[in-house]
Design a protein around this ligand. Structure first.
Ligand SMILES: Cc1ncc(COP(=O)(O)O)c(C=O)c1O
Length: 417
């Protein structure tokens, strides 16, 4: 059994070269906060989407800043899908609005268009569309629904960024785009988020929000920049048990910043906004230089999993298109927890947080997030059946072959009991 694990969350972008870049940024401490890298990222995204761009220290803060800037009254309803990240309802609550969860289509893992129609009321002012794991939502149809009801459309692109050969439906139909540069996202700056828009009135307010936002503290930036070093040194020895111990100590000593805090799991997001540190923008810049390669790698692994799914009769969503640079490759099994626990014994960790609950991760207080248990039964059922396979930049082809081999021996065939 190799000591280096197959995983989703142990520094998925952290290759040797990424580590060197992060150490370089760690040394250039005078450039950590503001600097030319932040201006570069803002201008690059503005040019890319031919729109205005505003940067914040996370995607959830970017979303909060956007929601606060919208011309809608407090208490308005915002539609989001069941099977989502707690970051969405938390940002909606923090902005003073009400999240309404709508059922998903299990074949796309995205919002179900028919169910959506039934959730729209005169109080509905916004729909947030999430391209789950990079499976692109039906944006043309959603634009039609939004226009018919005079509702704003936010595209949550946390799971996918378009590239030269990518799906053209991303970023074309939304009034606003939200991007995340979190540690397991399409391009990683360890943390960071952006709002992109052509709406000049909202853009003017967003600009003020970004100007008023605080810089992250030196300590917080140092913690984020240490993340690649901690994972690069523990990953190769994780299978020996040592790596796990070091990670636990690092988390206890607060050397590692949690992806989602205890307060966030309890349904609370701080109203404070922070600017995206220039050092993290520099990491995104480095990732953008090889972005086509990153997405092509995701495509190659997704194709491998697709072929294996056909061969072994695995149940996969029919909405997966071959050209998509999937952030993760989903398959359905009757008891996903059982498969995951068997795989752990052979140093394979497939719990990415997107399992076990409609509002993820599973230890989120579902009711505090605004989710009414039973309101999205398909999302709840799917959350127990989903098993996602890694496509991230440090997942090798050899690891994917090993994963497929072990999975085909572990999982019941589709239709078997
Ligand atoms: C669909 C989705 N939207 C938004 C976010 C928030 O992004 P961030 O982690 O940068 O705050 C996440 C986080 O994982 C997410 O999965």
């Amino acid at each position: 059994m190799p000591f280096s694990p197959i995983h989703h969350t142990f520094g998925p972008h952290v290759s040797g070269a990424y580590l060197i870049q992060s150490l370089k940024q760690l040394c250039l401490f005078w450039n950590w906060k503001s600097g030319k890298e932040r201006d570069w990222l803002r201008e690059t995204l503005a040019q890319w989407f031919d729109a205005e761009c505003y940067l914040f220290s996370t995607g959830r803060e970017a979303l909060l800043a956007l929601l606060r800037s919208l011309p809608i009254e407090q208490g308005s309803e915002i539609l989001i899908q069941g099977f989502t990240c707690v970051a969405l309802p938390n940002a909606i609550h923090a902005a003073g609005f009400t999240p309404i969860f709508s059922e998903i289509n299990p074949e796309t893992l995205n919002i179900d268009l028919e169910a959506l129609g039934g959730k729209i009321t005169p109080r509905t002012k916004v729909i947030i569309v999430q391209h789950t794991f990079g499976i692109v939502a039906d944006m043309k149809a959603l634009r039609g629904i939004a226009d018919k009801h005079r509702i704003l459309l936010i595209e949550d692109c946390a799971h996918v960024l378009p590239d030269a050969t990518g799906p053209k439906r991303i970023g074309q139909y939304g009034d606003f785009l939200m991007l995340s540069f979190g540690r397991d996202k399409a391009a990683s700056g360890i943390s960071g988020g952006a709002i992109i828009t052509k709406n000049t009135e909202v853009a003017a307010i967003l600009q003020l929000e970004e100007q008023r936002a605080a810089e992250l503290s030196w300590c917080s930036i140092k913690r984020l920049l240490l993340y690649p070093l901690i994972y690069a040194s523990t990953k190769p020895i994780y299978g020996l048990g040592l790596g796990k111990g070091i990670l636990l100590i690092a988390a206890k000593c607060k050397a590692l910043a949690p992806v989602i805090t205890k307060k966030e799991k309890a349904g609370y997001q701080s109203p404070l906004l922070h600017r995206m540190p220039s050092a993290l923008c520099a990491l995104v810049r480095w990732e953008f230089k090889r972005f086509q390669l990153i997405n092509d790698h995701r495509r190659m692994l997704s194709k491998k999993y697709s072929t294996a799914a056909a061969e072994h009769h695995w149940n996969i969503p029919s909405g997966i298109e071959e050209h998509l640079p999937l952030q993760k490759f989903p398959i359905f099994v009757s008891d996903a927890d059982l498969v995951r626990s068997k795989l752990k014994r052979v140093n394979i960790y497939l719990d990415d947080g997107w399992t076990g609950a409609s509002v993820c991760p599973r230890n989120v207080d579902q009711e505090a997030s605004g989710y009414i248990p039973g309101s999205c039964p398909k999302a709840e059922r799917l959350a127990h059946q989903i098993l996602v396979l890694p496509t991230h930049p440090t997942m090798t082809e050899k690891q994917a072959d090993r994963l497929i081999k072990i999975l085909s021996a572990t999982m019941p065939r589709n239709g078997d009991s």
